[in-house]
Each structure stands twice: as structure tokens, then as C-alpha cells.
Design a protein around this ligand. Structure first.
Ligand code: SAM
Length: 255
């Protein structure tokens, strides 16, 4: 059986039984192979802009006897697909800005109310802003620790209602609504990230009091949430570092 990283497996577990899935930027088709082997796919499209990874995906899928279930499509974004041909579109392992651009170029995902499973490697705040503004509803996000990193996977559907996000929502989205055990790590990561940005502002000559104020307020809110979830706020950095080293302690274990 195909083994996936925890990141890709989290995405796989969010695909509904019997779906027709398009995996955009499939690389070697690992996710489609995993879904196909488990009988989750009714049909699928493994799509990639580049020939080389797609050739490898085609070989792997053929070895698993999945060539009739999964078609390999070489094209940018969703350009190689007929509108409405998939009920679920996965776009994972790319920057949040590229994911937004790919969605923008495929209006049919709105008309057909396609389920979108999105996993940005960078700029998740940019993607959240785009989705909210454009009328996509993010129903939940599931955080997932994979190696030394923590990501979120968005489950999204278009409902046409443009939304304005609160500042906290820009940074943590709907991660509190997911069913992930890794939510706390995501909150800690965002906190660390914002503390880094604050330190950067403090080092710069120009300063940026407005942004500094925004980041500081979000850090305070994250610390309040983590305290509510059982963490000693004074020990958050130690808990974070212990997790990076491989041991993920219980909230009460450090300090
Ligand atoms: C880092 S890999 C991610 C692979 C897999 N989706 C994952 O999450 O592990 C990015 C893949 O996206 C492909 N890619 C980059 N830009 C693309 C685009 N505009 N449309 C389709 N595929 C693209 C690349 O060729 C590469 O195979």
C-alpha cells in the first residue's frame, strides 16, 4: 500500500467516499494512488503542469492497476479539465498566492459548488483573504504536523457570500473548528511567526506601529486561546521547541 506523509494523508482523509477528485499539482500522483488503493475514488484526474512528474505518476498509477480510474492530465491549474468534471478539487503543496490564482482562473468551481481541499505551504493568510472576499466559504481547517512543520488543510465550498475576516481569522482561519489533534501546534506556530515579525519591525529603522499593534493583539489572543486549552503561557516556547525536537508533550508536561 502507498504510504503518505501525515500532510498528504490528512488531505486524503478529508476526501469523501465515492468522489471524483482532481489533484492539481499531483507531482508523482501519490495522493491519487492512496485514494485509488483504498477504493475512495469513483474516478480521478492527476494533473500537473510539468511532464516529468506526470510521467512518473502515470507509471505509479499503472503499476497499481489504477490507469482506468485516474486520468493523467498535463496542464496548468484546472485548464485541462472539463467544467464540472470533478466534484472535489485538491490543490496542495503550493503557495497560498498560487492556489488563489489557480482558483481565480477556473470559474466553474464556483458554478458547480465544487468541494475544494486546499493546503498552502506559504501565505495561508493571503489565501484566506482571497477566499473570504470572493465568496468561498471555508467550513473548517484541519491542522496537521508533518515532520518539523505544521500545516492546515482547508475544506471550502463556494456560496457566493463575500465575507470580511477578523484579524484573528486571517491568521488562524477555521482551525478551531477542525477535528485535528494538531490544532494547538498550529496556534503555537502562528504565535512564533508573529513574534518573529514583531522582532523584525523592532529591528527596522522605519518601524511600523500599525502592523506591530495588529501582530501584538493577535499574539495576545493566541496566548489566551492556548491558556484556555491547558498551556502555561510562560512555557509556550519550551513546548514548541520540544515538539520540533520530535517529542510532542501534553500541555502540562513542560514547565
Ligand atoms: C511541491 S509539489 C506538491 C505535490 C503534491 N501536491 C503535494 O502536496 O505534495 C508542486 C507540484 O505542482 C506542480 N505545479 C506547479 N505549478 C502548477 C500549476 N500552475 N498547475 C499545475 N501544477 C503545477 C509542480 O510541477 C509540482 O509537481
Amino acid at each position: 500500500m502507498v504510504e503518505l506523509s501525515p500532510r498528504l494523508e490528512q488531505i486524503g482523509r478529508m476526501v469523501a467516499q465515492g468522489s471524483v477528485v482532481a489533484d492539481i499539482g499531483t507531482d508523482h500522483g501519490q495522493l491519487m494512488a492512496w485514494l485509488g488503493e483504498r477504493g475512495i475514488l469513483r474516478a480521478g484526474y492527476a494533473c500537473d503542469i510539468n511532464k516529468k512528474p506526470l510521467d512518473k505518476a502515470r507509471r505509479i498509477l499503472a503499476e497499481l492497476g489504477l490507469s482506468d480510474t485516474v486520468a493523467c492530465v498535463q496542464a496548468p491549474g484546472l485548464e485541462g479539465l472539463e467544467p464540472g468534471s470533478a466534484d472535489t478539487v485538491v490543490i496542495a503543496g503550493m503557495g497560498g498566492d498560487l492556489i488563489a490564482r489557480i482558483l481565480d482562473e477556473a470559474p466553474w468551481v464556483r458554478e458547480h459548488r465544487t468541494r475544494l481541499l486546499l493546503q498552502p505551504m506559504t501565505k495561508p493568510d493571503h489565501l484566506r483573504d482571497y477566499l473570504a472576499r470572493e465568496g468561498f466559504c471555508t467550513e473548517l481547517e484541519n491542522a496537521v504536523v508533518s515532520g518539523k512543520f505544521v500545516y492546515t488543510v482547508f475544506s471550502v465550498v463556494y456560496d457566493g457570500q463575500s465575507r470580511t475576516l477578523t484579524t484573528l481569522e486571517r491568521y488562524i482561519g477555521r482551525v478551531l473548528d477542525g477535528d485535528s489533534a494538531d490544532t494547538d501546534r498550529y496556534l503555537m506556530r502562528v504565535r512564533r511567526n508573529l513574534l518573529g515579525r514583531i522582532a523584525g519591525i523592532d529591528r527596522s529603522r522605519a518601524g511600523d506601529p500599525e502592523r506591530r499593534g495588529e501582530y501584538t493583539a493577535v499574539v495576545a489572543e493566541l496566548e489566551r486561546l492556548l491558556k484556555e486549552r491547558g498551556y502555561d503561557v510562560d512555557c509556550l516556547d519550551a513546548v514548541w521547541e520540544a515538539g520540533r525536537a520530535g517529542a510532542l508533550p501534553d500541555p502540562g508536561e513542560v514547565g
